[in-house]
Design a binder for this molecule. Structure first.
Ligand SMILES: [Zn+2]
Length: 198
């Protein structure tokens, strides 16, 4: 990248990476398949660090992240590859408290995007655009996988994965909600029940 288009973040990321690579040690010898044979599907929320909350080191497990940690077609694509080609045989679906996906609906984000593409503002109750114009109706054609209730979303997603024709029945799928206030993983019984091998 040219010097002109560099940002503070760009510089910070690269200097952190220099330090990381200096102490990389023998991690270059890690095999491609995850050593601990499991995968986690979780939310992209910046407060969640799966390596820390689940005790992962490089090479241990697959972590698939998207907005909400939802079992979208693309998340299932990754899980199927994770098992079929890379040998994972236990999966965890981990949603969390205070998820941003609870704060809007398909209609709300569709309307916001139709008006304007810049970052919207949230006043604790509703969203609004500080700028107007230049939006697109394309947002109305996206399924955003919003969440009304975290326990339900975990159970729905575990069930969706369990019933997918490309997912073998012997893989246990566990459902959890991570508490952003305490760092604890709380199991959702009906989700893990739905994810039992059969
Ligand atoms: Zn989230």
């Amino acid at each position: 990248m040219s010097g002109k288009s560099r940002t503070k973040t760009y510089d910070a990321v690269l200097s952190s990476n220099t330090r990381y690579s200096e102490t990389f040690g023998d991690k270059g010898k890690l095999p491609l398949p995850p050593a601990r044979h499991f995968a986690i599907l979780t939310c992209m929320d910046a407060r969640l660090d799966p390596a820390k909350y689940a005790g992962l080191a490089e090479g241990d497990a697959h972590v698939i992240r998207n907005a909400g940690g939802r079992a979208s077609d693309d998340a299932i694509r990754s899980l199927v590859i994770s098992h079929k080609l890379l040998g994972t045989n236990e999966w965890f679906v981990i949603h969390h408290t205070n998820c941003g996906m609870e704060l809007f609906s398909d209609q709300v984000i569709g309307d916001l995007l139709e008006d304007n593409l810049e970052t919207a503002e949230f006043d604790g109750k509703s969203w609004s655009n500080p700028k107007h114009g230049g939006g697109s109706v394309a947002g109305h054609f996206v399924h955003w996988h919003t969440i009304a209730n975290a326990e339900k979303s975990v159970a729905d997603d575990v069930r969706r994965i369990r019933n997918h024709p490309l997912v073998p029945r012997h893989i246990p799928i566990f459902g959890f909600i991570y508490d952003v206030k305490t760092g604890r993983l709380n199991e959702v019984a009906r989700a893990s029940e739905a994810g039992r091998p059969n």
